[in-house]
Design a protein around this ligand. Sequence first.
Ligand SMILES: Cc1ncc(C[n+]2csc(CCOP(=O)(O)OP(=O)(O)O)c2C)c(N)n1
Ligand code: SF4
Length: 296
Amino acid sequence: MSKFTIPKEEYLSKGHSGCAGCGATLLARFCLKALGPKTIINSPACCWSVVQGVWPRAALKVPVVDHAFECTGAVSSGIRAALEIKGIDDVTVVGWAGDGGTADIGLQSLSGAIDRRTDFLYIMYDNEAYMNTGVQTSGCTPLYAWTNTDPGGKKREWRNIGKKRIMDMLIANGIVYGATVSIAYPEDLIAKIKKSRCIKGPKFIHALSPCPPGWKIPTSKSVEVARLATQTGIFPLYEYENGVMTLSKDIKNKPVEEYLMLQGRFRHLTSEMLFEIQKKVDEEYEALKARCQRSG
Ligand SMILES: Cc1ncc(C[n+]2csc(CCOP(=O)(O)OP(=O)(O)O)c2C)c(N)n1
Ligand code: SF4
């Protein structure tokens, strides 16, 4: 009989302010189970600053530093420097930010922290748009997705480029560990977070985080949609460590249409658009597998 390995401890209280079905909130719950109490989180303006709340009604049972949008990496470096001065070396410093605050507005700050070789873990919860301010396109918004700033309209124009390849950018920048994780595979997620805690230096986690209002999905479907993202290969799970890339789950066995058509933000897709997305997903998945084979 297989053993259930998800830790029982809870560090996110039930009275948080996340929307029902929020992928980022479930992600935080799993990440904190892996991180434990000796964790300091720093987070910029994003949904998360609302979800976690403010003292004395904060939802997290670990310390949180709330800061401006563009400086997650810099604040993580500052927290690590303060801990070093105090001689504290058993605390995990976690920068926690949305895709807008990571891949666009906080990119310089994250890059600076990697350059400084800050010992920290950066977790990007990727809901694929600026959700807190009403679903604006970010660098992580996927090809042909509807957002309020790419609404289609009479000209039928949606986001016309694919997601920014943030993991590749940060590998080139010099992270020592990187991994993609999903709320649909919590044991894989928890194992990767636990592993990353034990590695010194700058580490990056990319977590797909379905957002019911922004993706126009029922609140009950977040985990199913996240699972389909991996089963269709649009969000593969992999790890990068010391130059070696490893596919965590080689389970691509469904057409990408199954993932896309569950979401209202893709309801306008034509068969040509679906074909183009499928082709891109197939090519990128094969390239990832080849890269894993080459580096392993
Ligand atoms: C410099 C700056 N620009 C804009 C804002 C307004 N703002 C606050 S939260 C937010 C959206 C954050 O998006 P993201 O980082 O993707 O996180 P999410 O809201 O999706 O959780 C924006 C644009 C701000 N606080 N500071
Ligand atoms: S808007 Fe989306 S990301 Fe923000 S709290 Fe709600 S479900 Fe979560």
